[in-house]
Structure formats: C-alpha cells, structure tokens
Design a protein around this ligand. Structure first.
Ligand SMILES: *Cc1c(COP(=O)(O)O)cnc(C)c1O
Length: 355
C-alpha cells in the first residue's frame, strides 16, 4: 500500500478513483465515457452545476460572489487577477511569503505598480510576516494562505481596509474560512480539490469591470461568469472528479469535520519531528502549515537513507522542494491519519537503528 504525501497532484479518496474509473467506461448509464461526452450535454451541465453548488455549500459562499471553474492553473490567476482588477497607473499590494507569491508579484508588475508590503525572504521564507501596513490607495492586497514549498501558513488572515485577494491553492477546503472576508480566492484544483486541469475562482461580483481595460475573453472573469464556466470547452474530466471529491468531502461532514482531522494529522507529525532527535522542523513554530510539513535531519547525511527507508514503508512524495531540502509531507484532505502514523513509525524505527 502506498501513502501519497506528494505536494500536487494530490492524493484523492479511493472511492473517488473508483467512481472516476467507472465513469470513464460508462458515465451515468449514458453509454458514453465521461471523456467523450459533450460538455453541452445536460448530464455534464448538471456536473458543472453540482461542482459549483458544492463549492458554495462547503465554503458557505455568501450572495454577491461567483464561483468559476477555469483553466490555466493558479499560475494563470497570477496574471488574471491584475488583468481584471488593477488599472494602469494604480497600485496593488503583495505579501512576499515564498515562491508562489514571488511569481504572482512578477506577473502583477506587467499590469500596474506593485508594492511588496512585507517579505520573509530574509530568512528563506521560514515565517509569516505579521507587521505591515497597506496603503489605502492599493486596489487590493494579495497573499498566499499556505506556502506549499516552505511549509508556512497564515493562522490569522491579514486585516486590511482594501480588497483581499488570496491564492488558496494548497489549503482551500482544509479549514473553515469566512469567504466574506475575501474579495477574490483562487486555487488550482490539483492540491486539495481534484485532478490537475481545473482552477477554482471565487470572486465578489462588484469588484469587476472597473479597470477600463479591454481584456481578452479567456482572461475575463466577467465573460466566464456570464457563460457559467462554459465560455469554451471546460476541463470536463477534472471538473467531474473535483465534483466527486467535493461530494466525498460533504459526506465526511464538510470542511469543519475535515479541519479537525487535518489538525490531528499535522500534530501527530510535528510532535514526532519535535520529539525525535534525528529530525527538526524548518519553519517558525507559530507559522507551521497543517498541509505542508517541512523538516530536515540534524545529520544531512542520513537524509538519503531515511528517504529510502520511508519509501520502503510505502511513503511516497516526501522529498523536500530543492529550495528547502530535506523533506516535505503534504497532508491534504484525502490523506488518512493512518498514513501519517506509518510515516511517524518509520521515523521512530529509523531513529532506533541510528541511535
Ligand atoms: C502549486 C501552487 C501554485 C501553482 O499552481 P498551478 O496550478 O500549477 O499553476 C500556485 N500557488 C500555490 C500556493 C501552489 O501551491
């Protein structure tokens, strides 16, 4: 049995894989595969509708917001956000908390002025900056809620008097949020929603249409809202499997319930990292991510042998990103706590062998 700690694409529930496999052969008794069915067929329109409704229901999205399933990944949103929100000659503020923030900042600079109001680059992004001021003339403040590569996560979201835009790619649906605190949220599906290919965007309608700029249709949120995420052929299979996974999440009791499990999973692993003399965490304790757990070994020479040992126990995808080294265990919703226990046991057994 494999325990998939990969950062993305992510582990999904076995029952979702089974339902997806069945639909590849025969989707909803249509006699057609989900891979060949028309995206305009009523059966698929129903899938898109249910996927959007489930996002709204599971996150308690209030009235006045639209939910979209788009393409291009979170990386496309790095450009789409300023394209749609940042008028020429105006300023947007960004928090620089890691690789993904940095990429979002680079894209925004193509559209207007960017103020980086805080950065944790000075300590290789191992903490979340907490003191910063956002100028009132900023069109929005952008931040990354979970820094997938460096293993830090905002416990408290920034409080500002300008619209708040969040890249929530790697912790959306992992914890309860108050959508009304945000003006735009986006997330690539492949971290906690479904397979790669779809991107979820939740946008406050009144934010749009204010730049005075002509926007190409595929980059225009308004066009996608009007077309109900069907402006062009949507990523049918990715939306379908995302819908199945959101159904699974609902059957588990929703975000509030999965959040408790996610806290328990992260605690089990961090407790071992702190207890076991061979290992140490790489981030400030108060900013530790519940989704992306980064750690290294006191003796770097043991890292390769431990990686091999963990892989023999079925733990896959724990090699750290090259900018941090060591290990990263991603604990997305569908990863059971029993998988965390297998990793913790491997750490303990390895420590006994190398005591
Ligand atoms: C993975 C990731 C991205 C990039 O996502 P793509 O869908 O591959 O473009 C952006 N932001 C965060 C926080 C991520 O974890």
């Amino acid at each position: 049995m494999k325990h998939n700690f990969g950062a993305g694409p992510c582990v999904l529930p076995q029952e979702v894989f089974k339902q997806a496999a069945q639909a590849v052969l025969d989707f909803n008794d249509t006699g057609l595969s989900i891979l060949e069915i028309s995206h305009r067929a009523p059966e698929f329109v129903a899938v898109m509708d249910e996927a959007i409704s489930l996002v709204k229901e599971l996150l308690h999205v209030p009235a006045g917001y639209s939910v979209l399933f788009l393409q291009g990944g979170a990386s496309m949103q790095f450009a789409m956000v300023p394209y749609n929100l940042l008028p020429e000659g105006k300023k947007a503020s960004y928090l620089d908390t890691g690789v993904w923030s940095k990429k979002a900042i680079a894209e925004a600079k193509l559209f207007g002025e960017v103020a980086v109001v805080a950065s944790s680059k000075d300590q290789n992004y191992t903490y979340i900056p907490k003191e910063f001021t956002v100028d009132n003339d900023s069109v929005y403040l952008h931040f990354t809620s979970n820094n997938t590569i460096f293993g830090t996560e905002f416990t408290n979201y920034p409080k500002t008097n300008v619209p708040l835009v969040c890249d929530m790619s790697s912790d959306i649906f992992s914890r309860e949020i108050n959508v009304a605190d945000f003006d735009l949220i986006y997330a690539g599906a492949q971290k906690n929603i479904g397979p790669a290919g779809a991107t979820v965007v939740i946008v406050k309608d009144e934010l749009l249409g204010k730049t005075g700029r002509a926007i190409p249709s595929m980059m225009d949120y308004q066009k996608h809202i009007e077309a109900e995420s069907m402006y062009n052929t949507p990523p049918v299979f990715s939306v379908f499997v995302s819908m199945l996974n959101l159904r699974w999440l609902k059957s588990k009791g929703g975000v509030a319930e999965i959040a408790k499990e996610n806290v328990a999973k992260a605690k089990a692993l961090y407790d071992e990292i702190d207890r076991n003399p061979l290992f140490k965490g790489t981030t400030a304790k108060e900013d530790r991510s519940n989704m992306s757990v980064c750690f290294v070994m006191e003796n770097p020479e043991l890292e390769k042998p431990f990686l091999k040992y963990a892989e023999e126990k079925g733990c896959i995808g724990i090699k750290g990103h090259r900018s941090v080294g060591g290990f990263r265990a991603s604990l997305y919703n569908a990863l059971p706590i029993t998988s965390v226990h297998v990793l913790v046991d491997a750490m303990q057994e390895f420590a006994e062998k190398h005591a």
